[in-house]
Design a protein around this ligand. Structure first.
Ligand SMILES: Cc1ncc(COP(=O)(O)O)c(C=O)c1O
Length: 359
């Protein structure tokens, strides 16, 4: 006897990357920042008062929303604070999609998207990413034709790391007739030389919602906090109707506010990651991997011919180095490898050198 709804009973559920027990393990499988949050955040943690824990937190997290609004030159009404970016995805689904109506996404992309659609009883409209993992030119037209009301687009793209330029995002928002959620989980790691910033577009398009998280750029994956940016009319129903009453806890609100106020410190970690990204990419290519351009804190590396990505992943794991293997169309030969500290990356590369005898 099962009491589950039929769609829940039929579904698999999201499979998160492994979290090792041992601190010796090199964890390059879930795209965490290899560097800790800045000193001001840790100081704020020590100052959390018993009273702030006794009480409920500010329900709409106004202090955190103000800090995010200031950082992006927006207003508080254009910001919603969430319990990790994943909560924003769930809120967007429950707020903007009639149960059973289709949800659109590129294939491949973040593997949580189809799980959220299944939970909602919604079919998924998948459009294959182009050769370079970017949205094809007819994406909006195909989504409109399929009656999609919410299109989930991760940019920079996961798992490839490729960046869709801001002008293309604007074109998509203009052409798509539903809500375009651009998941910017990894945007902090984009090379500043590219001048990529789509935040101003939320004042221009009332159907554009941006997802931001402090899990990656700010080294706060354990805190579970992020935010959404969008037109006040898009934010308001999630903020005042579909969100849990106290969705972001008191500690998360306080620490995230401090983190955003000290974003210059976090940006130093982004710079270090970018330097290592370049080095790891070159070293992997020298080992025979094919690695495309990444603007994130990970690379998608296609195994040299003769070496199987799945086998490499499990052999690395036996040696205490975790990387992610997805498999499936276009990813069968690929490993997604998070950029770690220089020492962690050295260990990854040394192990790969041993495992690839011909290299
Ligand atoms: C593409 C993408 N979007 C969103 C998230 C959500 O991150 P969080 O819920 O930790 O903020 C992740 C986390 O891995 C991700 O990879």
């Amino acid at each position: 006897m099962t009491y589950e709804r039929t769609n829940i009973a039929a579904m698999q559920g999201y499979v998160p990357g492994k979290q090792p027990e041992s601190s010796d393990t090199i964890k390059l499988n879930t795209n965490e920042n290899p560097y800790p949050p800045c000193a001001a955040v840790m100081a704020a943690l020590l100052q959390v008062s018993a009273d702030s824990l006794r009480r409920y937190p500010p329900p709409s997290a106004d202090g955190l929303r103000d800090a995010a609004a200031k950082l992006h030159g927006l207003t508080r009404e254009q910001v919603i604070a969430v319990n990790g970016g994943d909560e924003l995805l769930r809120l967007a689904v429950t707020t903007f999609v009639e149960p059973g109506a289709p949800i659109g996404m590129l294939e491949p992309s973040y593997s949580l998207y189809p799980v959220l659609a299944e939970l909602h009883g919604s079919p998924v409209v998948r459009v294959e990413a182009d050769q370079d993992f970017l949205p094809p030119a007819d994406l909006a037209a195909r989504m409109n034709a399929a009656g999609v009301r919410l299109l989930l687009l991760v940019n920079p793209h996961a798992p490839s790391g490729r960046l869709t330029p801001a002008a293309r995002i604007a074109d998509l928002a203009r052409a798509f007739s539903g809500v375009l959620l651009v998941d910017e989980a990894y945007v902090d790691f984009v090379d500043p030389k590219l001048g990529h910033d789509v935040t101003a577009l939320v004042s221009q398009f009332d159907n554009l919602l941006l997802l931001r998280t402090l899990s990656k750029g700010y080294g706060l994956a354990g805190l579970r906090v992020g935010y959404g940016l969008g037109a006040a009319t898009l934010v308001s129903p999630m903020l005042w109707k579909s969100r849990d009453s106290y969705n972001v806890d008191a500690i998360a609100q306080r620490l995230a506010t401090v983190a955003l106020q000290h974003s210059a410190q976090a940006s130093e970690t982004w710079r270090l990651v970018r330097i290592e990204r370049e080095r790891v990419q070159q070293a992997l290519c020298a080992l025979g991997f094919q690695v495309g351009n990444s603007q994130t804190n990970f690379v998608l590396a296609y195994a040299p011919s003769g070496a199987q990505a799945r086998r490499l992943q499990s052999e690395l794991e036996q040696r205490g180095v975790l990387v992610r293997y997805f498999g499936g169309p276009r990813l069968d030969d690929a490993l997604r490898i998070t950029i770690g500290t220089p020492e962690q990356n050295d260990r990854l590369l040394a192990n790969l050198r041993e495992l690839l005898p011909a290299a």
